[in-house]
Design a binder for this molecule. Sequence first.
Ligand SMILES: NC(=O)c1ccc[n+]([C@@H]2O[C@H](COP(=O)([O-])OP(=O)(O)OC[C@H]3O[C@@H](n4cnc5c(N)ncnc54)[C@H](OP(=O)(O)O)[C@@H]3O)[C@@H](O)[C@H]2O)c1
Length: 335
Amino acid sequence: MNYKNKQFYLKTRPQGVVTSEAVPVRERVISEINEGQLVIENHYISIDPAIRGWMRDEPSYMPPIELNEVIRSTTVGTVVESRHPDYAIGDVVYGVNGWETYSVSNGYFLTKVPENNHHPLHYYIGVLGAVGLTAYFGVTDRSGLKKGETLLMSAAAGAVGSLGGQIAKLMGCRVVGIAGSDDKCERIKSLGFDDAINYKTTKDMTSAIKEACPEGVDVFFDNVGGEILDAALMNLNQFGRVLFCGSISTYNAVDPVPGPYNWWQILARSAEVRGFLVSDYFDQFSSAAQTLGGWIDEGKIEFKDEIVEGFDQCLNTFNKLFDGSNQGKTLIKIR
Ligand SMILES: NC(=O)c1ccc[n+]([C@@H]2O[C@H](COP(=O)([O-])OP(=O)(O)OC[C@H]3O[C@@H](n4cnc5c(N)ncnc54)[C@H](OP(=O)(O)O)[C@@H]3O)[C@@H](O)[C@H]2O)c1
């Protein structure tokens, strides 16, 4: 066995936007594995905002990526060597691996793609993987959203946001999205969102949300934080809920990030802030993925992938998540 493995690894902890000095590429050869391990030839790599958080040396829901370690991410690929009792050569698997062409795994956080699968493989690290499940569990369960309520979604044209909004429409809710261009706003309206706000051209977000949500906001599904969160807080209904799914506007921050200026509104409106991690629902992943797959097959939801070709594009493509030049779920196709 001799696999030449290309990897992006964490050389130093980045300050601000991630550079190729902090996260360079190296080559390593995989020449042997231990009992209980397997080698995966990766086909697709998922590019996710959360990876920026894992590069920080801070307490979180997962340990930080250590210096000199490969950049952690989900991948889907084929088993090419196995000394693991549950995996055989040829199995197609997805799970937490890294920005690398081959991954050595001990089977943790790894799942087999079902043999009767009829979806494209990359769906398993996108719409049928953590991203799709985040939208699904966030909207249908953790947010407490009920039929007839109004859901406001930030980063609404992104992978989680565009799907979450469509799921809320299936539940019979009014859905308003916030996105960073007119094109993105048109796209989410074409997916069924009732209204959309371009936060980059709107001067007064508080008023714009009020206009788009005349009956107030029952659930704010927040992927962004910062000023958008502050404007949403001013429009929450009594007993409204903020689903804290992400805070992408702060991920590249170098200085400490101030808390929401309008935090008092949580008290004033007897509102709730609910932290949310998709992994809390791990035991329900496969049944939810079946539901999502069914909705896709029936044409009830649409999901856009942005597939960038070439392993070397991992870092450039990652940085696009933070300037909004990505569209939909961002992935790297290696082979
Ligand atoms: N809690 C969980 O378990 C969980 C799981 C998965 C993802 N997440 C979170 O969900 C969020 C969305 O993830 P995703 O994978 O679906 O990414 P995504 O929405 O596909 O891509 C990120 C988008 O965020 C927007 N954005 C970036 N910087 C911004 C800023 N400063 N202000 C406002 N918008 C900004 C950009 O869209 P615009 O053009 O609209 O600016 C960009 O396209 C992230 O916060 C992520 O961390 C949470």
